[in-house]
Design a protein around this ligand. Structure first.
Ligand code: GLU
Length: 448
């Protein structure tokens, strides 16, 4: 039988990093087996669920590249694309739950109790055969011992989580339920419900939790808990995905950077680690840097240009080869995409804003003659190539009898407004002769 898995988030307005990992593991398992990955929004709690909260989930999954295989295709002017399917919404499936509740009543497994509907829970302990943690025997709590039956439809008519979750797994013919270990306490109830419907339960695989680096439980407020924060802070989706699959799964040989295509081939449930994973922000940052350095220039542009726009820099009016060359000078240097604007803004602004401390230090009368000489020698060049610029600068320093650094710092400030940034000679090549000469004139005009 072909594998059918699902990610079934409740829209809380937040996509927890643990939820993102659950989605990823389900998706990987579907892709590994050639099965089907379903997205089901568990939004029966109408008081809490909003459209924005659903959007947070959809945007997050799309950002990670986790496309789902079923659900109506949303029509778009430019034609449907795979990621534009609508997920399943439990809020639209009320009639199915009603029918199933009736079935339980008819079979004697459910009964009315003070306006609510209760499920007649089996009294014997239930063994959960879990593919990750092994067999788990769930003993009843004292309260459940006294009252093992539980509500499946509230007195206001709302079906509760246990019911809708099971009915949908059954209706959608889910073969494997991969979900967070925090759901292990619900699974006995779910197995009992499946049995009451006369259906074999799916296979369960409960994924250990993600803890903070210090071993404490990750809460919503912890830094690093929300996927949206990574999207906003300039992380690269492929790095986040790579980091997430290492949180609880490990290929042989302790490899860390593993391309997605390979993970799809290797991923299987027995390799999901049984112990809780610890979230290591430094490692994620390192991985992000590695990904940026290794990615193709085209992919880098695809991610870096929106980062520029987000920071309020406009790239319109610049031709694409200029933008491309400008960005290429910072690719090796930035750790986060959100670092790109500060590294490259001088390429895209008509007027530089100089770092005031650096200007006080380098835009002094004593540097005026030196920069003017440099300007004149640069003006002579017919080819504004990085090596030639460097040779010229060295020659001018030698003629003036000063160290190269004494020219480099004011020159960098004149060209970029800052003291750090891309390689000086390369950035001058990208800016081009006219711009560099103009910026030197502007700097010299400030030197008393
Ligand atoms: N709506 C549940 C949650 O967000 C889904 C649990 C499950 O995957 O079965 O935790």
């Amino acid at each position: 039988m072909s594998v059918r898995v699902r990610f079934a988030p409740s829209p809380t307005g937040f996509l927890h990093i643990g939820g993102a990992r659950t989605a990823l593991f389900n998706w990987l398992y579907a892709r590994h087996t050639g099965g089907t990955f379903i997205l089901r929004i568990e939004d029966t709690d109408t008081a809490r669920n909003t459209q924005e909260a659903v959007e947070v989930i959809l945007t997050g999954l799309r950002w990670l590249g986790l496309d789902w295989d079923e659900g109506p295709v949303e029509s778009r002017a430019d034609g449907p694309s795979k990621g534009d399917r609508s997920p399943y919404f439990q809020s639209q499936r009320g009639h199915i739950y009603q029918k199933r509740v009736q079935e339980l009543k008819d079979k004697g497994f459910a009964y009315e109790d003070e306006g609510a509907v209760k499920f007649r829970m089996q009294r014997e302990p239930i063994v959960i055969p879990d593919l990750i943690v092994g067999d788990v025997t769930r003993l009843l709590t004292d309260r459940e011992e006294l009252e093992p039956d539980f509500v499946i439809v509230r007195s206001d008519g709302q079906p509760v989580f246990h019911l809708v979750n099971v009915v949908d797994d059954l209706e959608m013919q889910i073969t494997h339920v991969l979900r967070g270990e925090d759901h292990l306490t619900n699974t006995a109830k779910h197995i009992a419900l499946f049995r009451a419907f006369g259906v074999e339960p799916p296979k369960y695989a409960h994924i250990p939790l993600i803890l903070n680096i210090d071993g404490t439980k990750m809460s919503k407020r912890d830094k690093g808990a929300s996927l949206t924060a990574y999207m906003a802070e300039g992380y690269v989706p492929e790095a986040v995905v790579n980091y997430l699959y290492l949180l609880g799964w490990s290929p042989k040989g302790n490899r860390e950077i593993v391309p997605m295509e390979e993970v799809i081939q290797l991923f299987d449930l027995p390799q999901i680690l049984r112990h809780n994973a610890r979230f290591d922000m430094d490692k994620l940052q390192w991985m992000n840097w590695e990904y940026i350095r290794a990615m193709s220039p085209t992919r880098f542009n695809e991610l870096a240009i929106p980062a520029l726009h987000k920071a309020g820099l406009s790239t319109s009016g610049f031709d694409s080869s200029y933008i491309h060359e400008a960005l290429a000078t910072c690719k090796e240097k930035v750790k986060l995409l959100s670092d790109v604007p500060a590294f490259t803004d001088f390429y895209f602004v008509p007027e530089l804003a100089y770092d005031p401390d650096a200007a006080a230090k380098y835009f002094v009368a004593g540097n005026k003659g030196r920069l003017l000489k440099l300007r004149d020698d640069f003006a002579e060049l017919t080819n504004f190539d990085a090596d030639l610029l460097q040779t010229t600068l060295k020659k001018v320093a030698a003629e003036l009898g000063i160290k190269v650094g004494e020219l480099v710092h004011p020159l960098r400030l004149a060209c970029t407004g800052k003291t750090i940034g891309p390689s000086l000679y390369h950035l001058m090549t990208v800016l081009g002769k006219d711009c560099v000469l103009k910026r030197l004139d502007e700097a010299v005009a400030r030197m008393g």
